[in-house]
Ligand binder design. Structure first.
Ligand SMILES: *Cc1c(COP(=O)(O)O)cnc(C)c1O
Length: 421
């Protein structure tokens, strides 16, 4: 490998050596060539195979088969869950199911975890965790008369082991943390933090929204008890696709979730008088699951698995290193700073840059068909998803950002109301 240069030809050299370039052709993108999409951590693009499966589901399974298709649809939440488990999550089959949203699954698992640790009345999470995580846990704590203990996390560096340890004691029932921080992309050491949580006698619940499909995850190997995660980000399963839910094998029969629905019932179609949870992971279903979404999850996970999570991670690290190198070279003199961990081992799939006019810069990029996103208070997030992003896209995207920042061509975009702090 030649050493780093800020010339565009260097990006082309890296692309020529990339074994994964052809995966880009597996997506539906009529105007792919005009678009630089650096926002796959928000909504992934549509795989061709997913489009075909959904079309078949609508035309044949629903259109012709009608209710008879439930014989096969009934299995879909587990089929999709097992595909995620095997391809992306380092989990044996039968431990992941696909249903509901991350928000609802978090509620279900947090409630179940508190019941599992009677006498303990504290939930721990961090003050920079994703809003829905903090809100749901605050709600569960309020409803159950528990305490929500927030550890302080540096917005750019991620969870600190010391502050976690300081928050752990024998009152803690559950610790819920994001594996990859949504804003900075900081990657937590799941195995190490899970050990610390277990030593305090609490359960560890991991939010994988920004890690599933972005970094290799080892749920079984790390000893994690519970996990939740999105499928519409790096798994490319489409807007509102159902979320994943993982419960470690040994815990499945010991935990009881609070929504006693008929899809979680043993012998569902007996229509029995009382709720009796199904054996295994199916007990964590609630009502009729979203089948189209679960088909899209299966295909999204299959496609990532075909590329291989290790290969994807290698390319992802190279891409984010490249973003940082170009940012240092071009953008630092224009008022940007890198607001993600610089050590690749501590970084997930995206890089965040800080700039006073971040919000306007993101808008100005969008006008030129370069999609990134803005996060409060002053961050630009750049997510070069390795399945469909080239080094040349990164070069072109950052070159445009440099041009816009240097010329201040975003000056006509009104800054939003200043945030009250
Ligand atoms: C995207 C994201 C969510 C979204 O939750 P939904 O219920 O799917 O809306 C939750 N947590 C984290 C960490 C996220 O990044």
């Amino acid at each position: 490998m030649t050493s780093f240069s800020a010339d565009r030809s260097y990006a082309q050299t890296l692309d020529a050596a990339d074994q994964l370039t052809h995966f880009r052709d597996r997506f539906v993108r009529p105007d792919w060539e005009d678009l630089i999409y650096l926002n796959g951590n928000s909504l992934g693009p549509l795989p061709i195979r997913t489009q075909a499966r959904i079309a078949e589901l609508i035309d044949q399974d629903w259109g012709v088969g009608l209710v008879r298709s439930w014989d096969k649809w009934l299995h879909q939440p587990r089929v999709a869950g097992d595909m995620l488990a095997e391809q992306l999550l380092g989990a044996a089959s039968g431990q992941v199911i696909v249903c509901d949203s991350v928000t609802v699954n978090l509620y279900k698992l947090a409630w179940a975890a508190l019941d599992f640790r009677p006498g303990r009345d504290v939930i721990v999470t961090d003050d920079d965790n994703f809003p829905t995580d903090r809100y749901v846990l605050a709600g569960v704590a309020a409803q159950r008369g528990c305490e929500l203990r927030l550890i302080h996390t540096d917005m750019d560096e991620g969870i600190s082991e010391e502050s976690l340890v300081a928050a752990l004691d024998d009152r803690v029932a559950l610790v819920e943390l994001s594996h990859v921080a949504y804003r900075s992309g900081a990657l937590a050491d799941m195995g190490q933090l899970t050990d610390l949580i277990h030593r305090a006698g609490a359960l560890a619940l991991w939010d994988l929204c920004h890690s599933v499909g972005a970094v290799p995850v080892e749920l079984d190997g790390s000893g994690a008890d519970l996990a939740i995660g999105c499928t519409y980000k790096y798994v490319n399963a489409g807007p509102g696709a159902p979320a994943l839910l993982y419960v470690r094998d040994e815990l499945q029969h010991q935990l009881r979730q609070p929504i006693w629905g008929w899809f979680g019932q043993r012998d569902q179609f007996e229509m029995g008088p009382r709720y009796d949870p199904a054996p295994g992971i199916s007990a964590f279903l609630t009502g009729t699951p979203d089948i189209m979404g679960a088909v899209a999850v299966e295909e999204g996970a299959r496609l990532l698995g075909e590329a291989g999570m290790q290969q994807l991670r290698e390319k992802s690290v190279a891409l984010t290193e490249y973003v940082i190198a170009l940012a240092d070279e071009w953008l630092a003199p224009l008022g940007f700073t890198v607001a993600s961990p610089r050590r690749a081992a501590r970084r997930g799939g995206h890089v965040t840059l800080r700039h006073d006019d971040a919000r306007q810069l993101v808008q100005a990029l969008l006008r030129t068909n370069i999609v990134t996103d803005y996060r409060t208070p002053d961050r630009v997030r750049i997510s070069p998803a390795p399945l469909y992003t080239s080094f040349t896209h990164v070069w072109d995207g950052l070159d445009r950002l440099r041009e816009i920042a240097a010329s201040k061509s975003y000056a006509d975009i009104p800054p939003e109301q200043p945030l009250v702090s």
